[in-house]
Design a protein around this ligand. Structure first.
Ligand SMILES: Cc1cc2nc3c(=O)[nH]c(=O)nc-3n(C[C@H](O)[C@H](O)[C@H](O)COP(=O)(O)O)c2cc1C
Length: 170
């Protein structure tokens, strides 16, 4: 079984238990690295060519406007294909109820036919929100498994939860 994790994650300023603070590594990236540690998956980080603002409140507005306009922002680098992978983990923070728009830019370019897809989110209350249903729309012909939602501010202690989810679904 060859697996890849395609994920988006933003460091910089974020909201943790009622307080804003700057971090070096985003929550979803921590979860993506746990998936890699558990099943040896490759990692591909989706990055917006022009990154979102470092301060949280500006980023919130940028992401909301971009989503309202249905934009597919340009990426720093694109993963052209998932040929050669059996399992595709899709890791995403929740931005306004679904994935950040750069994830749509990347995922819509890929051919998911015959793949097993494992979606996971990090969030601050919305759980999986619309992610599984949006992934199902994009990943035509794939077997999309039940998703895993991880509270972003508690991601550091989520490794066993991730391990169980993988064992139960693959
Ligand atoms: C632009 C933006 C929009 C967000 N929208 C939601 C939301 O709708 N629901 C939610 O539970 N959390 C929301 N969050 C919180 C993030 O999903 C959460 O902090 C996540 O763990 C961030 O992942 P990252 O550190 O990998 O980028 C939002 C955060 C940002 C920056």
């Amino acid at each position: 079984m060859k697996a890849i994790v395609i994920y988006f994650s933003r460091a910089d300023e974020n909201y943790f238990g009622g307080k804003m603070r700057y971090i070096d590594k985003g929550n979803t990236e921590i979860a993506a690295e746990y998936v890699r540690d558990i099943c040896g998956a490759d990692l591909f980080k989706v990055e917006r060519k022009k990154p979102y603002a470092k301060d949280y409140m500006t980023c919130i507005r940028e992401a909301q406007d971009e989503q309202a306009r249905g934009e597919r922002p340009e990426l720093k680098a694109e993963l052209p294909s998932i040929d050669g992978y059996d399992v595709v983990f899709i890791g995403s923070p929740i931005y306004w109820g679904t994935m950040p728009q750069p994830m749509f830019t990347e995922l819509e370019k890929l051919d998911f036919k015959g793949k097993t897809v494992m979606p996971f989110t990090t969030h601050e209350g919305s759980g999986l929100a619309g992610v599984v249903s949006d992934v199902r729309k994009i990943a035509v012909g794939a077997d999309v498994k039940s998703g895993l939602a991880i509270t972003g501010s508690e991601v550091a202690k989520s490794k066993e939860q991730i391990r169980k989810w993988i064992e139960n679904n693959l």
